[in-house]
Design a protein around this ligand. Structure first.
Ligand SMILES: O=C(O)CCC(=O)C(=O)O
Length: 413
């Protein structure tokens, strides 16, 4: 059994500091009233004087605004308003010694809120975490009972789950100790995928992330967004906000749950949880071409998660830290044949469901050329921009994607 405890510690003598909020509150409230948020403003003013009911009411009002339409159309000012209300509510919980409640509200502020008050949220989380940090018996770390992936892998069983023709035609080339020059010339500039092996052994994550106790210790009480369902194109698919410890519980029991797996997908977890950020390094390949790192995302879930066929605009290195994934790639030149969805939201996703191929509707797709692979622990896959990719986890799996853009002067096509 895992032995996790919340350390008692001395009760806090004072709340946490919010220098940005103190400086920006008046201007932010003014901007909110200019967008018609008078009721929010009057609640926020009361909240700043310590009125918890007003703070909760303000948070509720901002939450409604965040859910009033598509995410991209939410006004930034309402995201900042949400962060502000979260800070007020969290300060109240903190003062009462309700540290887990404070942590949850601050995490919601980070996940749903805007950028203006981000520093205040981060430093408040650091302070609250001092009170909630879990301790794990040192002797438990590395205990195989608590490893997330330790089962033997049955290839014959796995092949039955994969789309037709998997692993039977052309595999992604694999190179070890690939130099930056070779990467630039043979892959980045020529738009050619590659698996790079032997380049992650120095990451602390390689040692630590397969250990449930470690993850519980550094992240157990943190709130994270997860996706539940077969995949994001299905109607029953939904998003939830749960604690990392609940998520780990689901991973252990969830892979064959009827509602589909729970997937912590495409989430900037490392901006949120500093301890996990310290366990990884940005691969030097990501600085090739003079571009800029765009995002660093976590993809963590049980066996059976599927990211359906889609493409992204950036260069991508997908680093496989724990477990294995099957990945299939189609060239960007095949976009038309892969029938992207119409409309702005899903224009980069294919209508072709590789797990349930409709041959009448897409008679030619079976003949399209692709490359595929099983991405093993410790390997990184380079996916060029706009290449279509389908991803299925074959075991519990924890990967990190690094997206970067082209430099201005890059002559990459
Ligand atoms: O690992 C996955 O499930 C999907 C990864 C992906 O789509 C990406 O890195 O762009």
């Amino acid at each position: 059994m895992s032995t996790t405890t919340v350390s008692g510690g001395d009760p806090p003598s004072r709340g946490f500091d919010t220098p940005t909020l103190d400086r920006e509150a008046a201007a932010l409230l003014h901007a909110i009233s200019e967008h018609g948020g008078y009721a929010y403003v009057s609640m926020a003013v009361l909240a700043s004087g310590g009125d918890i009911r007003a703070a909760e009411a303000a948070r509720e009002m901002a939450w409604e605004q965040l859910h009033s339409g598509p995410w991209h159309s939410v006004l930034p000012v309402w995201r900042d308003a949400y962060s502000m209300a979260c800070l007020h509510v969290a300060r109240h919980h903190y003062g009462n010694g309700e540290f887990l409640d404070a942590l949850r509200v601050l995490d919601l502020g980070i996940i749903m809120g805007g950028t203006l008050l981000r520093k205040d949220l981060d430093s408040a989380i650091e302070k609250v975490s001092e009170q909630t940090r879990r301790s794990v018996r040192v002797s438990d770390l590395g205990n195989s009972e608590h490893r997330l992936v330790d089962r033997e892998f049955d290839m014959a069983e796995v092949l039955q789950l994969l789309p037709v023709k998997s692993l039977s035609t052309k595999l992604v080339v694999k190179k070890s100790a690939l130099s930056l020059e070779k990467f630039l010339k043979d892959h980045y500039l020529s738009g050619c995928p590659v698996i790079i092996s032997d380049c992650m052994s120095h990451w602390p994550a390689k040692m630590k992330w397969n250990d449930e106790d470690y993850l519980l210790r550094v992240a157990g009480d943190r709130t994270v967004p997860v996706e539940v369902g077969k995949n994001y194109l299905c109607t029953e698919w939904k998003q939830e906000l749960i604690t990392f410890s609940e998520f780990l519980q689901r991973i252990k029991s969830d892979s064959c749950s009827p509602g589909g797996p729970t997937y912590l997908a495409q989430h900037p977890l490392f901006d949120q949880i500093n301890e996990l950020r310290k366990d990884i390094f940005i691969p030097d390949y990501c600085f090739t071409g003079g571009g800029e790192l765009r995002s660093l995302n976590a993809w963590f879930g049980p066996a059976g998660t599927v990211t359906p066929l889609h493409h992204d605009p950036h260069h991508n290195i997908l680093a496989q830290v724990v477990g294995k994934k099957y990945i299939r790639l189609y060239s960007s030149s095949l976009s038309e044949e892969l029938s992207p969805h119409s409309g702005t939201m899903l224009h980069n996703s294919s209508q072709v469901d590789l797990d349930d191929m409709d041959e009448k509707k897409f008679p030619k797709v079976q003949d399209l050329e692709f490359v595929d692979c099983i991405l093993e622990e410790g390997e990184m896959l380079y996916i060029p921009p706009k290449w279509w990719h389908y991803v299925r986890s074959l075991t519990t799996s924890f990967s990190v994607s690094f997206w970067w853009s082209e430099g201005e002067s890059s002559d990459a096509s």
